[in-house]
Design a protein around this ligand. Structure first.
Ligand SMILES: C[S@@+](CC[C@H](N)C(=O)[O-])C[C@H]1O[C@@H](n2cnc3c(N)ncnc32)[C@H](O)[C@@H]1O
Length: 272
């Protein structure tokens, strides 16, 4: 191995990709409160069981278990690597009692053995891996079947004119820069590919740490499919804008209509 590739291999080995990922794109402690409050608003009671589909390192499950002794979480993922990371880094930080309420299943999200829940979340657009309408319909049907009465499916969704072209967006975080790199977008199929790169301060950019090959689903497509498979209602929560920066402010409110902008994030919520 050349000294250059040895240096790269060592640098990758020392680099904690899941830690950078959570710091750049997740805020599980805030998210679980929003999901609990949304359920209270739409179902009129407090949810206790959350299922995190495509859970990866299951940070959301751990945050859910911290909400109180009645809160039970189930995480589903096909890949043992992030699950193992979550066990070491996040589950281990919970109390014994909280740990007992976190259940991780190395399962496909469409597996009939997937546990039932009051709330199902598929976050960071993970369900965009389903490229065919029939596949998405099957996934939504599985979720509906797994939800308890009045249960909610919460999906995040993104779009806007900026997401329909190749573009690289850089965001500075403490100690590193996060890059969201859209490689392409096909207007005929709505297929798009993305990479996440990280540049630790004072080091070379580490490229293609995570890669995604998705179909960019739209809000009306998802809501129509929810209706088609039998969800009783669907709702949209739209992110507000920080007046100072013009960027999203992580505050989501229920809307009937959106706002034309270069890039937006919203939650699409289906009620059983
Ligand atoms: C982008 S990560 C999402 C991590 C986390 N949920 C988040 O919000 O950032 C997508 C995860 O989905 C998992 N995955 C992909 N297809 C799956 C399937 N059919 N069933 C279960 N997990 C799946 C992958 O193993 C990967 O860990």
């Amino acid at each position: 191995m050349s000294s250059k590739s040895l240096e790269e291999a060592l640098s990758h080995r020392m680099f904690d990709k899941y830690d950078y990922y959570i710091r750049a794109v997740q805020q599980p402690d805030e998210d679980v409160k929003f999901f609990r409050d949304t359920y209270r608003e739409l179902a009129g009671r407090t949810p206790h069981t959350l299922r995190e589909d495509f859970c990866g390192t299951f940070a959301l499950c751990c945050a859910w278990a911290k909400l109180g002794e009645k809160y039970v979480a189930h995480g589903l993922d096909l890949d043992e690597e992030p699950i193992e990371y979550g066990r070491e880094k996040y589950l281990a930080k919970l109390t014994r009692e909280q740990q007992k309420r976190v259940n991780i299943h190395n399962l496909n999200v469409m597996d009939p053995r997937a546990p039932k829940a009051d709330l199902i979340n598929a976050l960071n657009f993970s369900y965009f891996i389903f490229k065919k309408r029939l596949e998405m319909k099957r996934y939504l049907t599985c979720c509906l079947d797994s939800l308890n009465p009045d249960g909610l499916l919460i999906l995040d969704c993104f779009g806007g004119s900026e997401c329909q072209s190749a573009i690289e967006d850089a965001t500075k975080h403490s100690g590193f820069t996060y890059y969201w790199d859209q490689v392409d977008f096909d207007p005929v199929t709505h297929h798009a590919r993305f990479h996440i790169h990280f540049k630790p301060e004072g080091r070379k950019k580490i490229k293609r740490v995570f890669t995604y090959d998705w179909r960019m689903w739209t809000i009306p497509e998802l809501r129509d499919l929810m209706e088609e498979v039998g969800f009783s209602e669907s709702f949209v929560y739209w992110e507000g804008t920080d007046e100072a920066t013009g960027q999203g402010n992580s505050e989501f409110t229920r809307v009937e209509t959106g706002e034309e902008c270069e890039s937006w994030i919203a939650y699409v919520v289906g009620k059983k």
